[in-house]
Design a protein around this ligand. Structure first.
Ligand SMILES: [Zn+2]
Length: 206
């Protein structure tokens, strides 16, 4: 996990959104390979192992999505996100995390945060990895874009995308052609994907 992502984390326990405190134990450049994340509100601690922040176990995936679902070209996904320039964070949920290396070519200067990646995706200087079955363990209104893989393209995870997105920015949902989630307006739908834009702030509901 990239050390600057520490400022974006939130504890997934059922209490108000709060900052987490990160104690690195082993670093490689600005990546934390091993360490502990602590919540000052509920005192829960979560480990960072092999560069992956573990806020719990991985969630159930859509069974029809298989182990390695077909994903569109990174260039198309980057165009749908519609980002104006470098900087900030793009969050990749489920199988979408495997797009990070290719997306980086189209979105230079963006750091990617993979949530519940599929097997074979590793943390890197451009990709931080977080695992949590209960929520996206990131603060509200911090992401410049979200891409959700077909394996986790459920209303729950799209709702989490609505919460973490900055207003006016977009979520690309792969493997779905319609979606109705509070706070998201439909921008586009195409073959096997749906694009929404955050239209209002969304309470976490927790
Ligand atoms: Zn907590």
């Amino acid at each position: 996990m990239f050390i600057e992502v520490a400022e974006m984390l939130r504890c997934p326990e059922p209490h108000e959104e709060s900052f987490c405190v990160v104690a690195p134990e082993e670093m490689a450049g600005r990546m934390i390979l091993r360490g502990v994340i602590g919540c000052p509100v509920c005192r829960t601690e979560f480990p960072i192992r092999d560069g992956v922040a573990e806020f719990g176990s991985a969630p159930q995936r859509a069974p029809e999505s298989g182990g390695s679902p077909d994903l569109p070209e990174a260039e198309a996904v980057a165009a749908l996100l519609g980002l104006g320039g470098p900087g900030g964070y793009v969050v990749l949920v489920g199988a979408a995390a495997s797009l990070a290396e290719n997306l980086a070519e189209w979105l230079p200067g963006v750091h990617f945060i993979g949530i519940n990646p599929t097997a074979g995706v590793s943390a890197s200087p451009i990709l931080s990895l977080l695992v949590c079955d209960r929520m996206v363990p990131l603060r509200s209104s911090m992401a410049r874009g979200v891409v959700i893989g077909p394996d986790l393209a459920t209303e729950f995870w799209v709702g989490e995308a609505a919460r973490i997105l900055l207003r006016g920015l977009r979520v690309v949902v792969l493997g779905r052609e319609s979606c109705q989630v509070a706070g998201l307006g439909e921008l586009a739908k195409g073959t096997g994907m749906w694009v929404g834009e955050k239209t209002a702030s969304v309470a976490s509901g927790r």
